[in-house]
Write a protein that binds this ligand. Structure first.
Ligand SMILES: Nc1ncnc2c1ncn2[C@@H]1O[C@H](COP(=O)(O)OP(=O)(O)OP(=O)(O)O)[C@@H](O)[C@H]1O
Ligand SMILES: [Mg+2]
Length: 238
């Protein structure tokens, strides 16, 4: 099995505030996530799932510890060790959110090409890639539709296509199936799994829905401010 590391964290710590208002979120979390892996992230509300995703996505500063993306160290104890964390975020990471935030006044294809175009990739190339993604997700005929003309599931598929438009090595998804019914959620899970395997992308997905867990390779949970893993690859898929 491919064991290339996509994300590595060592002694990752995060707290917010100081003194009486201090909130400890993570203490000494160390883990590795491999390319091609679909990992679910589960924990009670307020346990730090979004905070962890945002640190791995180079959005939120950790308090201490180290983070590597691929072979490159990006956070080293007290600072970003890369010149421009925003650039890493734009070029290497795809984000999918629960409220999918398609831009309402841009049509489907315009939403998908927005980010690659800001990355200075030629327009023709980004359009071609975007159409391929829309075809892959079975929504190519909606390329010129506005987000308000799509169903919830179609909107979410566009949001996933958009997250993949910059050919990221890592996809971070915060409850991507929360607004969907069970059948649509299962469809999204199957899609994410396919992407992880076919494109060798590491995907971390926050979910509150236990029915989604059998579709993942591993389940990461936050317990007592550290992370634990459960391997799902030998469990039965429905
Ligand atoms: N910017 C911030 N300033 C202060 N505290 C924060 C900040 N962001 C998050 N927190 C606190 O950190 C803890 C973890 O929050 P986080 O949003 O990561 O939880 P979560 O697991 O994603 O929860 P949910 O399932 O409700 O989305 C919470 O106690 C929250 O109040
Ligand atoms: Mg959250």
């Amino acid at each position: 099995m491919e064991k290339d590391i996509a994300i590595k964290a060592q002694n990752l710590c995060k707290h917010f505030g100081e003194g009486e208002s201090r909130v400890n979120v993570l203490e000494d979390a160390s883990f590795e996530i491999h390319k091609g892996e679909l990992v679910a992230l589960v924990a009670p509300s307020g346990a730090g799932k979004t905070t962890l995703l945002m640190m791995l996505g180079c959005v939120t500063d950790p308090t201490s510890g180290k983070i590597w993306l691929g072979k490159k160290i990006v956070w080293d104890e007290k600072r970003w060790s890369i010149k421009d964390p925003r650039r890493i975020r734009r070029e290497q990471i795809g984000f999918i959110f629960q409220a999918h935030y398609l831009i309402p006044f841009l049509n489907v294809i315009e939403n998908v090409v927005l980010l690659p175009e800001t990355n200075d990739i030629p327009q023709e190339k980004t359009r071609q890639k975007a159409m391929e993604l829309l075809e892959y997700f079975g929504i190519a005929e909606k390329a010129n539709a506005m987000p308000s003309q799509l169903s919830g599931g179609q909107n979410q598929r566009v949001a996933i296509a958009r997250a993949l438009a910059n050919t990221p090595q890592i996809v971070l998804a915060d409850e991507p199936t929360a607004a969907l019914d069970i059948q649509r959620s299962v469809d999204v899970m199957k899609m994410l799994k396919k992407i992880a395997k076919e494109q060798n992308v590491a995907i971390i997905m926050v979910t509150h829905d236990e029915r989604m867990l059998p579709y993942c390779d591993r389940v990461m949970s936050i317990e007592n401010r550290t992370v634990k893993f459960k391997d799902m690859r030998h469990e039965k898929v429905i």
